[in-house]
Design a protein around this ligand. Structure first.
Ligand SMILES: [Zn+2]
Length: 385
């Protein structure tokens, strides 16, 4: 018996805890086999000390383990679940972080949402802290699907509503098959990103999302925002970066030779991108030289040197809208939305939503009626008041 040699028979005798191997009910057998007999606390201490080598450590470790993340049930931190922040999570697994050896708690809720955080918790507010979301789960996915299909939120709004990254929204838009953003040509420039939503296209989407939500930001600012993504794409697809990034136009040095042909093509690219962005924005904006040029910082160039930029000039002439053209486009969009929502189409309502004065509206009324007729296959007559 190791226990005997660990303490020595003399010591055990002094502690009144000798172990008789022939006795089926010696205290060591009783204590380890959970028989319904009480054992003197001193004997428990002897065993603990023998097994762990340190009684103080044994007790502190036990207490410590129970208080790492407070008492359960723990709150579900799925923002779109009805039980958000309520104590409904009973499943907590504690592991050690392989680097820091700190305890990591993984909380799994019945709604499918799984989050983890490094512990131990120090303040009561830590209870509501998400370290990492491991799984979003079916409740979250269904809610996102509903929002995506409503087609009225920007990428940034969705990320805020769903409490996640914009790139997560893009990823799930693809996975769930809603493709609200994938169908948008700005998010799918090459076949690769459509066929395989891998790291590269995730990163590209992230950069695009940041360019979109920071239209005034220069190249360096975007780079700072998405450093990891930028470096990765720089290695894999440098050309894409040069194409997509807001190009900072240098001040024209009048003494230096300017390659207007090259500049013309650069500007054409920028203008095309900006046009696409404006056409895809939720709130319609009239396409003018200044709405195209101001945000990207090329308005002066377009106004003062347009005669040296034939390709850009030609393209601008095609896309720039008169007030009337813009109003018609707005009306069409409103009608399109109403058809999508199966709402009745009332001509006075279209005029009011678009904010068009009666005199101007009379001129385009026929065109709008024709459009409605075409889009609904004549069905509008039933809806029309
Ligand atoms: Zn939940």
């Amino acid at each position: 018996m190791e226990g005997i040699s660990f303490y020595g028979t003399e010591f055990l005798k002094v502690m009144d805890s000798s172990i008789d191997n022939d006795d089926e009910y010696n205290w060591l057998r009783v204590i380890t086999r959970d028989l319904k007999r009480t054992v003197h606390p001193v004997r428990h201490l002897l065993l603990i000390n023998f097994l762990t080598g340190d009684i103080a450590e044994f007790f502190s470790a036990k207490v410590y383990k129970y208080n790492l993340f407070g008492k359960g049930p723990w709150p579900c931190l799925n923002k779109v679940a009805e039980h958000y922040r309520m104590g409904v999570v009973n499943n907590l697994k504690i592991t050690d972080d392989y680097k820091t050896r700190l305890p990591v708690g993984t909380f799994s809720c019945n709604c499918g949402f799984v989050y983890s955080r490094k512990g131990p918790d120090k303040e009561s507010s830590d209870r509501y802290r998400v370290g990492r979301i491991k799984k979003f789960g079916v409740v979250w996915e269904n809610k996102l699907k509903v929002y995506l299909k409503e087609n009225k939120y920007s990428l940034r709004e969705l990320a805020r509503l769903m409490n996640c990254d914009p790139k997560t929204i893009l990823k799930f838009d693809f996975i769930l098959g809603t493709n609200m953003f994938l169908n948008n040509s700005r998010y799918i420039k090459d076949k690769d990103s459509a066929a395989e939503p891998g790291k590269l296209s995730d990163y590209k989407n992230c950069i695009l999302a940041n360019i979109e939500s920071n239209t005034a930001a220069a190249r360096t600012e975007i780079t700072k925002m998405c450093k990891k993504e930028y470096i990765f794409i720089y290695r894999k697809d440098k050309k894409w970066l040069y194409e997509k990034f807001p190009i900072k136009i240098k001040r024209i040095n009048h003494h230096a030779f300017v390659d207007w042909n090259k500049r013309d093509n650069e500007l054409l690219f920028i203008v095309k991108n900006k046009y696409e962005e404006l056409m895809n924005s939720y709130e319609p904006k009239r396409i003018t030289k200044s709405s195209i040029g101001r945000d990207v910082g090329i308005l002066t160039l377009l106004e003062k040197n347009i005669d040296k930029l034939p390709n850009t000039e030609k393209y601008l002439k095609e896309i720039i809208e008169t007030v009337e053209e813009f109003q018609i486009r707005r009306c069409k969009k409103i009608i399109r939305n109403k058809i999508d929502k199966s709402e009745p189409i009332r001509i006075w309502e279209i005029q009011r939503i678009a904010g068009i004065r009666s005199e101007a509206f009379e001129k385009m009324k026929l065109l709008i009626l024709e459009y409605t007729d075409m889009e609904t296959g004549g069905d509008y007559k039933r809806l029309f008041i």
